[in-house]
Design a protein around this ligand. Structure first.
Ligand code: HEM
Length: 540
């Protein structure tokens, strides 16, 4: 038996090495720096072993490890920042047994990639796992993608943004009540990141269902039963267990021999599907009777689907979205909108806690809107609070590079955002860099040069939820910072500076589940205190 096992492992390793060398030969023709990486970070078996292996490798000084080691880690680019590009130049490739992965860190070339959607095709096969409830925008091929995108544009309209604004404010108020309860001021908030996840989930669920859900904080001593919350609760379980649902089809999770926890997820996934079916039936009935519908995500998708059914179809006559595609897209919108915004909020709150000056700076901005929070109106205030939101907006260095077929090419987002070529002092968290003051003291917002800042991607296939997340982020931060300041709960004998350094360490200790997130944010406790007076406006 052991011999059999050793033979299989040896054959697999031999096959991998041959693939690696074949890929390396293919990549050599491109004429760019190459790094041989013997294991692809997307190798499924390796993904299971990776966290354990890196626990050991992280103990060894990096300068004595082979060059390829960091590139085997999923999400290696977060720790790397712009280092690899500073070493290898604006373009290099990691060659693994699985393929050639080109990384590009040059704003002009990146603009070219985003503009040439038909040349640099999104690898939809990598997203196939997202089809938990049916085909969706992320897995649509070149021909079908415009049809999905046309329908998906509908829910991201200004009426929904107003709802997102109101809901984000209402959720933040409830979160603040939990964070400032008497016990919390002494002990600190047990889990900022769990609470921002709850907030983001409730905003999404409310937008989908057009009804509010009460905020249950990790900090609440008492859990309030929420009647009729099965949509939110099912969505919560589905999103928390998205990886399991992507790996094991729903119908198998409910089988009798599966562990109870798996069956619970299967049941929630079925419940979420029933909820979507019910909403779809209601919307179809409303549409037939000429009524306006509930006004949630389903209303927009159904309306846009039926409108497009008669207009602008693709060459095969497919026009709107099928029922399966509507369900598939509702899942993917929730999936894409949940952790992204929740993690961004958690990072922001932690970073703010390390920079009291920035908190006061934002607080000063908020004083200028001089309004009672109960009257905070989206149309009037969101455009005013531009300082709280980030602005938007292959030939490499005159050299033409021919990229062979079946080679993945990725804009190195983090490397561009942390490259001193584009950003002075890039690793410093300095939100004030976005505001420029002229000689006569007039302030304006920095508009970064084209494709030097693209957290929501860029071009035709950028994130449709960009404004949704900005509205939510601004509403939450504005309300948090108006009357409160975050303070780090210090460990015993820790100085102020040491506590900030510890929090920065936690912020930088990230891992890549489906998305980047802090590995163990609950190691930090923050206090959310009523503000006393604004002392300084320096950035730390
Ligand atoms: C800070 C928050 C967010 C960030 C940084 C972000 C970033 C991104 C990026 C970079 C992409 C492109 C992915 C790719 O090309 O593979 C994307 C796609 C997408 N995002 Fe977001 N996103 C955020 C929030 C949201 C929200 C709130 C929603 C919905 C409510 C959303 C819905 C989507 C969808 C549906 C796609 C797929 C678009 C397509 O395939 O054409 N995102 N997002």
């Amino acid at each position: 038996m052991l011999e059999y096992f050793i033979t299989v492992v040896a054959l697999y390793l031999g096959y991998s090495l041959v693939c690696l060398e074949l890929n390396y030969r293919r990549a050599s023709a491109i004429g760019i720096p190459l790094v041989r990486v013997p294991i692809d970070p997307l190798n499924i078996l390796f993904q299971v072993l990776e966290p354990h292996l890196f626990k050991l490798l992280d103990l060894i000084p990096s300068n004595i490890l082979p060059t390829f080691v960091p590139y085997m880690r999923r999400g290696w680019f977060f720790m790397d920042k712009a280092d690899s590009h500073l070493r290898y130049g604006p373009i290099f490739a990691c060659v693994t047994p699985r393929g050639v992965h080109i990384q590009v860190c040059d704003s002009e070339a990146i603009h070219d990639i985003f503009s040439r959607r038909l040349d640099f095709i999104r690898p939809t096969q990598n997203y196939k796992l997202l089809e938990v409830y049916g085909p969706c925008i992320s897995t649509a091929n070149l021909e079908n993608w415009p049809r999905h995108r046309r329908v998906l544009a509908a829910p991201f309209n200004e009426s929904i943004m107003k709802f997102v604004w109101r809901e984000s404010l209402s959720q933040t108020k409830q979160m603040l009540t939990a964070w400032t309860a008497p016990g919390r001021l002494a002990e600190g908030i047990p889990s900022v990141s769990k609470d921002t996840r709850t907030l983001s989930l409730n905003v999404l669920a409310a937008t989908g269902f057009r009804r509010s859900f009460s905020f249950r904080s990790e900090s609440s001593d008492h859990v309030e039963p929420d009647t009729a919350s099965s949509y939110r609760d099912a969505l919560s379980l589905v999103l928390d267990n998205a990886i399991l649902l992507m790996l094991i089809p729903r119908r198998y999770l409910n089988l009798g021999f599966m562990p109870t926890s798996f069956r619970r997820v299967g049941k929630a996934a079925d419940e979420f599907k029933h909820q979507m079916e019910r909403m779809l039936d209601d919307e179809m009935a409303a549409l037939t009777k000429g009524r306006s519908g509930a006004g949630g995500l389903m209303t927009s998708l159904v309306k846009a689907s039926t409108t497009h059914d008669t207009n602008n179809g693709d060459s095969k006559g497919h026009k709107g979205l099928s029922v399966e595609e509507i369900f598939g897209n509702i899942f993917v919108i929730n999936f894409a909108g949940h952790d992204t915004t929740a993690n961004t909020l958690a990072f922001a709150v932690f970073l703010l806690a390390t920079a009291p000056g920035v908190q006061n700076w934002i607080g000063a901005e908020l004083l200028t809107i001089g309004d009672d929070e109960d009257n905070w109106d989206y149309d009037r205030l969101f455009p005013k609070l531009i300082r709280c939101r980030a602005p938007q907006t292959l030939v490499i260095e005159n050299r033409s590079i021919v990229i062979p077929a079946n080679t993945s090419t990725s804009p190195s987002i983090i490397a561009v955002h942390t490259n001193p070529r584009y950003w002075p002092d890039p690793l410093k968290w300095n939100p004030q860099r976005w505001v420029m003051t002229s000689e006569v003291g007039q302030e304006s917002l920095l508009l970064p040069p084209r494709d030097t800042f693209f957290p929501w991607s860029d071009g035709g296939q950028n994130c449709p939820g960009m404004k949704f997340s900005q509205v939510e982020f601004v509403a939450v931060l504005a309300l948090l910072m108006r009357q409160h300041r975050f303070r780090i709960v210090k460990n015993r004998e820790e100085t102020e500076e040491q506590s900030k350094e510890r929090v920065r360490g936690v912020i930088n200790d990230c891992d890549m589940q489906l998305l980047l997130r802090m590995r163990d944010s609950d190691r930090v406790r923050l206090r959310c205190e009523p503000k006393t007076q604004d002392l300084s406006c320096s950035s730390n």
